[in-house]
Structures are given as structure tokens and as C-alpha cells.
Design a protein around this ligand. Structure first.
Ligand code: FAD
Length: 465
């Protein structure tokens, strides 16, 4: 088989599309990546402004798989990779307008004022609680409340889900959104038992649990990684190319796209789509309406990122952590804040501190429909109170970024989408659906799934002969 004769088109130059393209390119296949924007990265978007380094999307990734180190090394970015300072291990939760450090060990857990004695005692019952039924139709809230109690749900998991998915634990399927958590119950009969026994299993597989994985970024921000991958792919990545339609064409596929205003087309043996589900829906409209329904049903709530700079000496609250998350019960107009310049160096000038705040998400999308100036002022006021900044102190820097469709939510019954995507790929051999609406939304999961997709594509080609 002459590999260079197999034509592969990858749609989207976010981390999912680029990682798979990088590995396929290393294998020697004829490959083109079509990207609508004029730069690589998708959600991984970084800018420099007034001495601040702003990540509008992910601020960091968790190094949960050795694949991350491998790809970083292969694209020549190893010297640019940085790890979060030790300080970032501390994570705060807001309760009654006070920040409590999330306990990281049994002694701290017993002492913390974040949970009542009743809630602490309730945790002791966890190993004795039996398994549940179908995790695909069980919400994270139901799962956590049953295993760990209401208070743990309200003051640990609810804010955590807002921090990861900008999501609402009542709406998300525990098995689709947090498969590893659900597996602890399925395999080991409980979370405590599972954490102990699961650690041994991970050691064998060279995987790192999310609690122990190191938090990474790059000196010039998260977009460095997709930029370096795209750089290696050179002119195989085509920018300003908005894909509009895919059609079957004999035993191949015809992809129609718009390149800077002019209509173009490309014929391919294999198409890997990594564009968001809502865009993929219109592109695949010629295939079948069931696929469209599945893709269109995936909910991407809006999220606003508010990036703030303050003089360090105006802040009363110690900047000794990753940041804080806000439980829904606290009724604040934002989800939490990351202490961006504490976690990584090079984020702000010496005398300034940088913060990234998140507003809206699935918890409160309606907030983002309100008048923006009033919303931002309200958030600023609350933020200053929490961080013990004088109410009259103005931020030295404000930057806003709206993601009208932020992160896909793996809602109850998401398995129906997953099963249909598998069926669709079987019925339409040569088409592969990837991206963050399949198999995990974190940068680490996207890279892991990209390698799985790479292997699936190779297996498909080998089978074809
Ligand atoms: C605000 C925010 C904060 C986040 N924070 C974190 C974090 O801290 N840690 C973490 O691990 N993850 C975080 N994530 C999640 C993570 O960044 C994403 O899930 C991941 O980057 C998605 O990568 P992707 O390649 O699958 O999709 P995308 O990045 O969405 O890439 C898809 C690409 O397809 C392109 N495209 C779209 N339509 C077309 C078309 N018609 N034709 C051609 N190209 C098209 C887009 O321009 C884009 O470049 C965050 C996400 C957001 C939005």
C-alpha cells in the first residue's frame, strides 16, 4: 500500500485535529487540515496585552498521559513547557463570603470549617454504600449525594463541576462526564476503595490520576502547543478555510469549503471532523437527519471570561493558591476565579496580579443575556469583596472574552449520542468524528482521544489494504 496515495482531510485545527494530524503525518499519509480561523488552537487562544499574558480558553492542562510530554518533545517545545508552582495545589472554595482551602488530607479534612461535623461523619459511611444502576442516566448530583451526602455535593462537587465544565451537576451524566469516578464505584464498589486500588492499576498503565497529575502550560501560554504542532505540519494546515459541506463522492468524500470568500473543494479517502458538534451538524446535513439531531442536541452553554489585573499591594487576600470556586448555593454572579499570575510566571508585571474569572456556563446562562456593563460591575464588586480589595480600587486592566458556545455538556443520556456516533462511523466508513464532544473535554483528554482516533484511522486503512 502506498501511504502517500491515501488522502486524509482533517477538519479543524484545535488541539484534537492537530494532534491526530501530527501523528498521521508522521506515518507518511497525504494530509490536509482545514481551519476556519486564521490561526491554530481553537479554544486554546492566548494573547499578550499591556504586559499581561491572557489565556482566553484553557489556562492550563493536567498532564494525565505521557502522550502530552511526547508530543511536546516531538514538536520541540520541551524547554517552553512550565509547571504550576507548588502554591497552586491549594484550592479555595467560597462559603459565607470567606475562602476556605479545600482539604487535601485527612487531618485538614477533620479541621476544616468548610464542612459541618455531620457532613464529615457522613463521609465515613461511603465505603458501605452499594452500587447504583445506570450511570449514563444518573446525574453527578444524584451519584454524589447518594455516596457522599448533600453538603459534599454543594460545597465540593458543585463548584468543581462549574470549574471543569462550566457545568451544572444536576444536568450532567456521571458516567459520561466523569467516567473514572463512576468506574470507582462500578469496579471497586466505592470511591475510597477505588482510589486505593485504582492507583495500583494506573501505575501499570503509566497513566496519572487527575488528583496527582501536574498542571502545565507554556512560557507563552497554552496556544504555544497547537502553534508548535501546526508549525511542524507547515503548509498542510490551511487557514481561513471554512468547511461548508461534505458529500459522498463515489467511494470517497467531497468536501466543499470557503477559502477567503472563494468556493473550493477537495476529494478525500478519509475525513476526520474535529469541529464543534453544532457546526458539524450543518456540514453533515447530506448524510442523515438522525446524525443532525444528535449533533444539534449537544448543549454548549455560553461562558464569559473576565481577565483582571490589580496592583498586588491592593489585595488583602493571600494569593497563595490556584484560585477559588463558588458553590451555586452562595448565589454569586460568577463561577470562580483563577489566580493566573500565582500559578505560572510571566503572566503579569512584577507588581501586578492577574485573575481569570468565569461567568455564566450551564449554571447561569441567563446572566449573559443581561446588560453587560451592569453584570461586569456586579462581578467586580463581589470579586473585590472576596479578595479584600478596597471598593474604590479600580483594576489596572480589564479584558473580556465571550464564548457564545463554550464547552459541550455531557448531559443525562449522552450515551445515546455516543452510540449513534459509533454507528454512524460504521455505516459511513472513512468518516471519523472527533473533538471535545467525544471522550472528554480537557486538553489532556483531547490529546488522549486524538491518539485513539489516530490508531482507529490506521486500523481502517490497514483493513482496506
Ligand atoms: C473558556 C474555556 C476554558 C477552558 N479551560 C480549560 C482548562 O483550564 N483546562 C483544560 O484542560 N481544558 C479547558 N477547556 C476545554 C478545552 O480547551 C477544549 O475542550 C479543547 O481545547 C477543545 O479542543 P478541540 O480541538 O476538540 O476543539 P476546538 O478547540 O473547538 O477546535 C475546533 C476547531 O475547528 C474550527 N472550526 C469550526 N468550524 C469550522 C469549519 N466550518 N471549518 C473549518 N474549521 C472549523 C475552529 O475554528 C477550531 O479551531 C476550556 C474551554 C473553554 C472554552
Amino acid at each position: 500500500m502506498d501511504k502517500s496515495k491515501i488522502k486524509i482531510l482533517v477538519l479543524g485545527a484545535g488541539i484534537s485535529g492537530l494532534s491526530t494530524a501530527f501523528w498521521l503525518n508522521n506515518d507518511g499519509f497525504d494530509l490536509t487540515v482545514l481551519e476556519a480561523k486564521n490561526e491554530p488552537g481553537g479554544s486554546m487562544e492566548t494573547r499578550r496585552k499591556d504586559g499581561f499574558l491572557i489565556d482566553y480558553g484553557p489556562n492550563s492542562g493536567l498532564e494525565t498521559t505521557p502522550l502530552i510530554g511526547q508530543i511536546v518533545e516531538e514538536v520541540g517545545l520541551k524547554n517552553e513547557m512550565i509547571y504550576a508552582s507548588e502554591t497552586a495545589n491549594k484550592r479555595y472554595i467560597l462559603k459565607n463570603n470567606r475562602l476556605y482551602a479545600l482539604p487535601t488530607g485527612p487531618a485538614a479534612f477533620l479541621k476544616t470549617g468548610l464542612f459541618s461535623t455531620k457532613a464529615k461523619l457522613r463521609l465515613l459511611a461511603e465505603p458501605f454504600i452499594g452500587k447504583s444502576e445506570d450511570g449514563y442516566y444518573q446525574s453527578i448530583s444524584e451519584f454524589v449525594k447518594r455516596r457522599l451526602g448533600q453538603e459534599f455535593l454543594d460545597y465540593a462537587i458543585n463548584p468543581f463541576v462549574a470549574g471543569v465544565f462550566a457545568g451544572n451537576p444536576d444536568q450532567l451524566s456521571v458516567q459520561s462526564a466523569f467516567p473514572k469516578l463512576y468506574r470507582l464505584e462500578e469496579l471497586y464498589g466505592g470511591l475510597v476503595k477505588g482510589l486505593i486500588l485504582g492507583a495500583r492499576e494506573r501505575k501499570k498503565q503509566a497513566e496519572t490520576s487527575k488528583q496527582h497529575a501536574r498542571l502545565f502550560s507554556f512560557k507563552n501560554g497554552m496556544q504555544d502547543l497547537p502553534k508548535a504542532i501546526a508549525n511542524k505540519l507547515g503548509d498542510k494546515v490551511k487557514y481561513n478555510c471554512r468547511v461548508e459541506k461534505i458529500m459522498k463522492f463515489k467511494d470517497k468524500f467531497k468536501v466543499l469549503y470557503n477559502q477567503g470568500g472563494s468556493p473550493e473543494e477537495n476529494i478525500a479517502d478519509i475525513v476526520l471532523s474535529t469541529i464543534p458538534a453544532y457546526t458539524a451538524a450543518s456540514i453533515f446535513s447530506d448524510f442523515d437527519t438522525t446524525l443532525l439531531n444528535h449533533l444539534n442536541e449537544i448543549y454548549y452553554p455560553p461562558v464569559k471570561v473576565l481577565y483582571l489585573g490589580f496592583r498586588k499591594d491592593s489585595i488583602g487576600q493571600p494569593l497563595d493558591g490556584f484560585g477559588f470556586l463558588i458553590p451555586e448555593k452562595e448565589k454569586k454572579p460568577f463561577l470562580g476565579a483563577i489566580f493566573s499570575s500565582t500559578i505560572f510566571p510571566y503572566r503579569a508585571k512584577e507588581n501586578l496580579a492577574a485573575f481569570t474569572l468565569f461567568i455564566g456556563g450551564a449554571r447561569s446562562p441567563e446572566l449573559l443575556e443581561k446588560e453587560n456593563e451592569r453584570l461586569v460591575n456586579r462581578v467586580l464588586l463581589e470579586f473585590k469583596e472576596i479578595m479584600k480589595i478596597d471598593v474604590k480600587e479600580d483594576p489596572t486592566f480589564i479584558e473580556e472574552r465571550m464564548w457564545p458556545k463554550g464547552i459541550p455538556q455531557y448531559t443525562l443520556g449522552y450515551i445515546e449520542h455516543e452510540r449513534y456516533f459509533e454507528k454512524f462511523e460504521l455505516d459511513n466508513s472513512g468518516i471519523f468524528l472527533g473533538g471535545n464532544y467525544r471522550g472528554g473535554i480537557s486538553v489532556g483528554d483531547c490529546i488522549k482521544n486524538s491518539e485513539i482516533t489516530h490508531q482507529r484511522i490506521k486500523a481502517f486503512i490497514n483493513k482496506k489494504g
